[in-house]
Write a protein that binds this ligand. Structure first.
Ligand code: SF4
Length: 396
C-alpha cells in the first residue's frame, strides 16, 4: 500500500506540474531532443517519439492557474481551456516546447492555434486535421500526409528522420502503454475500490507529461499492486462518465462524483491516451499506414469523429453494457460545443434503450460542486432504489 501511495503522490505532482519540468529535464539530458505539445483530444504520440521527441499533453491550467491575460483574447461565451493554455504560454511556462500540435476538434482549438501562430509561440504550430472519411485510400492517405507534415516540422528542428524501425519501436511502446491502462480499467471494473478514480486520474494524466517508458514502468507497478485484494468495497453504483474529454473538470469534481455514491468504471477524461483500442501493427515497413489504419478502424467513439456507419450512441451503450455500469454521467465543459451537441443524441437514444443518465456542466476553474454532488447523490440513490425499473419509467 505504501508503494502505491507513493506512486500516486508522484503522479499527482507530475500531472499538475504546470511548468512541465519532467519534459524540460528530459530534453536537457541529450542533444537533438524536441518537446512537442499537443492539445486534447487525440494525437499519435508515436510519431514524435520515433523522431527523437517527446509529445506532451496540454490540458489547461484547471483551478491551479489564475487567468489574467488569457481572458483578453476570448469572448465570455466559450469554454475556459483556451484561456488557461494561453496564460501558461504567455507566462512562459512552455518556453521549452519546440512546437505545438492542435488536433482538429472545434473552432476554439482552431482559433487558439491561430493565436499561437500570431504570437510566434514555439518554432512551429500545426493545426492537424483528422480524417472524417473512413476509406483507407481517402481518409487514411490524408491522415498519413498530416503525420508526414508533423515529422517534417520536427526534422527541420533536430534533423532526425523517423525510420520504419524507430516508428515500429514507438508503436510497441504505446501499444504496451494502452494495454496496461486497459488492464487497470478491467481490474477497476470488478474492484473499483482498489484504486479510486481520482488516484487513477493522476496516474493517467501523469502519462501525458513524462516519457512513455517511464509511464509504462509506473503502470506496471500499479497493475501489480491493485491485483491484490486491497481496500474495502462500498455501497456505490457503477457509472460511466462521458463528455469530459477536453477541458478537464477540477479534481474536486472528479472526487465529488465518487463521494456522492458512484464508482466510475469508464470515462473519457484522458481519451487521447486510450483513443486506439487494441494494438497497432508494430512490425511493418509502412508504420504510418498502420497508425492511420488503427485510427480508421480501432478508434473509440468521440465527439470529434463523425462515423455515420458506427453511431456513437451505440458505441457508448456498448461500453456501459460491457463495463456492467448502472448509468451514465454526461459531464460537459460549459460552452463545449462538441460535447453539448452530442448530449441530446446520446440522451434520446438512452431513453429508448433504458440506460439511466444525468447531465451537468462544469468549468475547469470552478471548485464548488455542492449542487452537482447532490445531483449525483440523488442519481445514485435512485438507481439503488429502483434498480429493476426501466429508465423510461423513472424519467417519465
Ligand atoms: S472544451 Fe470543447 S469547445 Fe472548448 S476547446 Fe475543448 S472541445 Fe473545444
Amino acid at each position: 500500500m505504501e508503494v502505491l501511495k507513493a506512486i500516486i503522490q508522484r503522479c499527482k505532482h507530475l500531472a499538475f506540474d504546470l511548468n512541465f519540468s519532467r519534459a524540460k529535464d528530459w530534453k536537457a539530458e541529450a542533444k537533438g531532443r524536441v518537446v512537442v505539445g499537443y492539445m486534447p483530444i487525440y494525437f499519435p504520440r508515436e510519431i514524435v517519439h520515433a523522431a527523437g521527441g517527446m509529445a506532451v499533453g496540454i490540458f489547461g491550467g484547471g483551478d491551479r492557474k489564475q487567468v489574467v491575460k488569457g481572458d483578453a483574447y476570448y469572448q465570455s461565451y466559450i469554454c475556459h481551456i483556451p484561456r488557461s493554455i494561453l496564460e501558461l504560454a504567455l507566462d512562459k511556462q512552455m518556453d521549452h516546447f519546440d512546437g505545438f500540435v492542435f488536433p482538429s476538434i472545434c473552432d476554439v482549438i482552431r482559433n487558439l492555434s491561430g493565436i499561437f501562430k500570431q504570437k510566434k509561440i514555439g518554432k512551429f504550430v500545426k493545426y492537424m486535421d483528422f480524417p472524417q472519411n473512413f476509406l483507407p485510400e481517402i481518409g487514411g492517405a490524408f491522415y498519413q500526409e498530416e503525420m508526414r507534415h508533423v515529422l517534417h516540422l520536427i526534422r527541420e528542428i533536430n534533423g532526425r528522420e523517423a525510420t520504419a524501425a524507430s516508428l515500429n519501436h514507438a508503436i510497441r511502446l504505446y501499444n504496451h502503454n494502452r494495454r496496461l491502462i486497459e488492464t487497470i480499467y478491467d481490474i477497476r471494473q470488478e474492484y473499483p475500490w482498489r484504486l479510486s478514480m481520482e488516484e487513477f486520474y493522476y496516474i493517467l494524466r501523469a502519462g501525458t507529461v513524462i516519457p512513455v517508458e517511464e509511464h509504462n514502468a509506473i503502470l506496471e507497478q500499479v497493475c501489480e499492486r491493485i491485483r491484490k485484494d486491497i481496500g474495502t468495497p462500498q455501497d456505490k453504483v457503477k457509472v460511466v462518465v462521458s463528455g469530459a474529454f477536453c477541458e478537464q473538470p477540477a479534481i474536486g469534481l472528479i472526487r465529488a462524483i465518487e463521494e456522492a455514491g458512484c464508482y466510475v468504471v469508464d470515462d473519457d477524461y484522458m481519451l487521447g491516451s486510450r483513443m486506439i483500442t487494441g494494438d497497432i501493427a508494430d512490425d511493418t515497413d509502412k508504420p504510418l499506414e498502420a497508425i492511420a489504419h488503427a485510427y480508421l478502424t480501432q478508434s473509440r467513439y468521440s465527439s470529434s469523429i463523425y462515423d455515420v456507419n458506427d453511431p456513437k450512441e451505440y458505441r457508448l451503450a456498448k461500453i456501459v453494457r460491457d463495463r456492467g455500469a448502472d448509468g451514465v454521467i454526461f459531464a460537459s465543459a460549459s460552452f463545449c460545443d462538441p460535447s453539448l451537441l452530442d448530449a441530446p443524441i446520446f440522451q434520446n437514444a438512452f431513453n429508448r434503450m433504458g440506460i439511466r443518465y444525468i447531465a451537468f456542466q462544469y468549468s475547469e476553474n470552478i471548485n464548488q460542486f455542492k449542487v452537482i454532488k447532490e445531483q449525483v447523490g440523488a442519481f445514485s440513490d435512485s438507481i439503488k432504489l429502483w434498480e429493476d425499473e426501466p429508465a423510461e419509467a423513472i424519467y417519465a
